[in-house]
Design a protein around this ligand. Structure first.
Ligand SMILES: Nc1ncnc2c1ncn2[C@@H]1O[C@H](COP(=O)(O)OP(=O)(O)O)[C@@H](O)[C@H]1O
Ligand SMILES: [Mg+2]
Length: 315
């Protein structure tokens, strides 16, 4: 069974005819997967998460989470999931530990189990030292970490994270990425996260759905998505004082689809450049060209978004 099944799901906020925030979506998320929804502001990511977490009613279509229907089995769905939303939802007057305890009680977790789970959760997000401070005094990074701990304290089957690292500094962001990976690996929790940061989707997700205007325009592993673009760029810096400067020799390589040269810098366009470097080096060597440096640029998910929509994700 898939952790999530979405079939022809649509959400319109206004009367008929208006644009759909979620537009006839169909996809599945496998158990144990880290699944990312990547898209610019307004793409419909939060709306989709709200439907899957039963906070919003879809206009049409269906969705199941952990096998339960988000319309007809709301309580079952709620028992099976954890949620971390963009807006903070901690009680600032309580300590970190109290926040977790309160949440675990609401899920009816027994005292002994609660203590054990709270210790483990605090440890994972490295807040053991700060557990007994009121969360009002926490930095934004600490708050987010505590919210992630709270999101999984009751052992959900599926954890939803809406823009989990939005507004955090790079260092905190990296830490949160590590917690998410560890949580997924250790507890086999299925994780669905939204982001507009390609590096986040690329680093964390097993599969990514690229969202725009309520639709998923591409869905695959980050690797396969980037292979869709398939043109890598290899830049070579050559020593023009060397014994040869027959730079045109690279044109003889049949996998090179584009060749540019300027002041000893050669740029070659090709597919799967990672497999081509040896052949490039060999040709240079035979032609007596001295290569000072090699740079390989892989296409990013940004390039994929650009490919499908004709614009940059950040615009
Ligand atoms: N409560 C609402 N009422 C009306 N329109 C909404 C509401 N929430 C979201 N929208 C609209 O739905 C679209 C998708 O928004 P949202 O799901 O928040 O996108 P994202 O999370 O990808 O930034 C946007 O055009 C937004 O203005
Ligand atoms: Mg959003």
């Amino acid at each position: 069974m898939d952790a999530i099944e979405v079939n022809d799901l649509t959400k319109r906020f206004n009367s008929k005819g208006s644009l759909a925030a979620v537009d006839h979506l169909s996809f599945c998320v496998a158990e144990g997967e880290i699944f990312g929804l990547l898209g610019p502001n307004g793409a419909g990511k939060t709306t989709l998460i709200k439907i899957l977490t039963t906070l919003l009613k879809p206009t049409s279509g269906m969705a199941t989470v952990a096998g339960y229907d988000v319309r007809r089995e709301k309580n079952r769905v709620r028992e099976s999931i954890g949620i971390v939303f963009q807006e903070p939802a901690l009680d600032w007057r309580l300590t970190g530990r109290e926040n977790l305890d309160f949440h675990a009680r609401m899920y009816g977790i027994t005292r002994g189990e609660r203590e054990k789970r709270i210790e483990e959760a605090l440890k994972l997000v490295e807040l053991e030292d700060k557990a007994d401070i009121v969360t009002d005094k926490y930095s934004s990074g600490m708050k987010r970490r505590l919210e992630i701990a709270r999101g999984f304290i009751h052992n959900p089957q599926v954890l939803f994270l809406d823009e989990p690292t939005l507004g955090l500094d790079t260092q905190t962001k990296r830490k949160i990425w590590d917690y998410i990976k560890e949580l997924n690996a250790r507890e086999r929790i299925t994780i669905v996260l939204t982001t507009h940061q390609m590096d986040e989707a690329d680093y964390l997700c097993d599969r990514v759905g690229i969202m725009d205007h309520g639709k998923i325009i591409a869905l695959d592993t980050p690797r396969n998505l980037k292979d869709l673009i398939s043109s890598d760029l290899v830049s070579l810096e050559l020593n023009m004082e060397g014994s040869s400067n027959d730079v045109e020799v690279f044109k003889s390589l049949d996998f090179v689809t584009e060749f540019r040269e300027q002041n000893g810098f050669v740029t070659l366009k090709m597919e799967r450049a990672d497999l081509r470097i040896p052949a490039i080096m060999e040709v240079a060597k035979r032609a007596g060209l001295e290569i000072i440096s090699v740079n390989l640029r892989k296409p990013s998910l940004e390039d994929v978004f650009l490919h499908f929509t004709g614009r940059k994700i950040r615009e």
